[in-house]
Write a protein that binds this ligand. Structure first.
Ligand code: N01
Length: 496
């Protein structure tokens, strides 16, 4: 059994951020575990054609590692992944990270006051690690959700999820079905439309897709970002403030976003000539209720003659095609499944077991998904969850939220060390009250009232994934660790 002070599970943006924070605050006794073979999490896994960030690059990077070299305003996956790897090299995270290591169980042991973490890897087999603190950085968008469609397992052509793209399969000239029209699909579809023989896009709900202000940065801009002190931060702040205004509309005054409907409809008209297709892809809910998507190429791709938008629901999949509820069968060679992720019901939650022997999945399945400040959970002592409940965003950079959590994590560790505390567990009443407030703020939001269903909601219909409102309020809330919100145990009492 290996002993460490902190075990971080996940080596994506948030896990790497946690590791860097630990180093910078003098907590050098840690290990990072990741089942993949590289840093980057979702940016490692999502290699589908067209994968790119829908948040501007200058905002979608660590504040302590700005990148004057971003080639364009919305970076593509490969460039983001390369940036992530450069950061990992710079902070020497390789020496602390065990890749291809799956955490099969993480269990709080009340007698030892430690997390017992079971891992499995091809090279080292089954092992155990004992940690004082567990940082769960498993990411909300890492477990592909496959649709439950009759016959899908029997399909004889190529079939893969957007986050597990099969680069060995050449789709050139093929008949391809894409199931889903979310953020991933709208990036994939224009790339595929240009090369496949025919494409059927299976749309269950038409999304709002607004124009994307994407362009390459000029040589002059690169020079300015590199050489003019503060220029990049200024640009970042400008983008940040613009996004905060959107957040205000989304949460408190959804009507402020009404003009976006006209912009979205104009985007449809610009891209699609056929009035029947136009009608099919016109959304029937308020903009912002689902994630606002950005693309200049999605509608022109749908408008192509070799692309059909299928809105009759899928009845079943046969070995060679898809049958819709009206009885029509469309023959295909391949299916791209772009149906999203297990967000509120991630299988990862089943492997984290708290003080009462219940897994996070069991607790949240019974009580609903909740945490305190999105980070700590009653019943799970000495555990810190990155991008936990009510920290997600529909409009701006998750890296900002991650860094807010990192402040809280750092101050927690320092507070605990200063006070010789061995165990902290957020009080049940504090967690309850916090979530009551979050839910009450959400009552006026477009996510609640926009007339859509979305992955933002859990099985009880509550929006448990999103932060309601300005992100600077979350930054303020996580600035200092608030010891009074926690039940604690000191080293002395633990020894007695
Ligand atoms: O997944 P989604 P995603 N039959 O859940 C449809 C982030 N992201 O991978 O709307 C038929 O949004 C489903 O239909 P409906 C971003 O946060 C970021 O696209 O539920 N269709 C929907 O159209 C995003 O929100 C970037 O009616 C089915 C689609 O599949 C999140 O990832 C890029 C179905 C799923 O859309 C997830 O995006 C990409 C079924 N049985 C993603 N089941 C950036 O650029 C589901 N659908 C940063």
């Amino acid at each position: 059994m290996n002993d460490v002070k902190v075990a971080v599970v996940g080596a994506g943006f948030s896990g790497m951020g946690a590791a860097i924070t630990l180093r910078q605050n003098g907590f050098d006794d840690f290990v990072v575990l990741d089942r993949g073979s590289d840093f980057g999490g979702t940016w490692r896994d999502n290699t589908y054609p067209g994968a790119a960030c829908d948040v501007p690059s200058h905002l979608y990077s660590y504040s302590f590692e700005l990148n004057p070299e971003w080639s364009r305003s919305f970076s593509k996956q490969a460039e983001i992944h390369a940036y992530i790897n450069r950061v990992a090299d710079k902070y020497d995270l390789h020496s602390r990270t065990r890749f291809r290591t799956e955490v099969t169980d993480a269990r709080w042991d009340e007698d030892q006051n430690r997390w017992i973490i079971s891992t499995d890897s091809e090279t080292d087999g089954a092992q155990q690690i004992r940690a004082e603190i567990l940082v769960g950085a498993i990411g909300p968008l890492c477990e592909p959700r496959l649709p439950d469609i009759e016959g899908i397992e029997g399909f004889e052509g190529a079939i893969f999820h957007s986050a597990r793209w099969d680069h060995e399969t050449d789709l050139t000239g093929k008949r391809v079905a894409v199931i889903g029209t979310g953020a991933s699909a709208i990036q994939i579809i224009p790339e595929l439309a240009a090369k496949v023989g025919h494409m059927d896009v299976y749309q269950r709900t038409a999304p709002w897709v607004l124009p994307r202000a994407d362009r390459e940065y000029t040589a002059l801009e690169h020079w300015i970002f590199k050489n003019v002190p503060g220029a990049q931060r200024l640009s970042r702040t400008g983008i940040y403030l613009a996004h905060e205004l959107v957040s205000y509309g989304l949460t408190h005054r959804p009507d402020v976003l009404r003009p976006a409907h006209a912009i979205g409809r104009a985007n449809i008209r610009r891209g699609i000539a056929d009035p029947v297709k136009r009608k099919k892809v016109t959304p029937q809910f308020k903009v912002g209720c689902k994630r606002i998507l950005l693309s200049n190429t999605y509608y022109p791709a749908l408008g192509q003659d070799n692309v059909d938008v299928v809105t009759d629901g899928i009845a079943k999949v046969t070995p060679t095609g898809i049958v819709t509820k009206d009885g029509t069968e469309r023959e295909i060679d391949a299916i791209v499944v772009a149906t999203g992720f297990h967000v509120t019901d991630s299988p990862g939650f089943e492997h984290i077991v708290g003080k009462d022997g219940e897994s996070l999945a069991q607790v949240w399945d019974r009580d609903g998904m909740a945490a305190y400040k999105g980070s700590t959970i009653h019943g799970f002592p000495n555990m810190f969850l990155m991008i936990g409940p009510a920290t997600g965003l529909g409009h701006t950079s998750m890296v900002f939220m991650i860094e807010s959590q990192l402040n809280y994590l750092a101050d927690w560790l320092k507070t605990v060390q200063r006070n010789d505390i061995t165990r902290t567990e957020v009080r049940a009443d504090v967690q309850r009250e916090y979530n009551r407030e979050v839910q009450s703020t959400l009552e006026t939001s477009v996510w609640e009232n926009g007339g859509c269903s979305s992955w933002y909601k859990d099985k009880f219909g509550n929006i448990t994934t999103l932060w309601p409102g300005f992100t600077f309020n979350y930054r303020k809330a996580t600035k200092n660790f608030d010891l009074a919100a926690y039940e604690t145990q000191r080293a002395e009492s633990a020894r007695r």
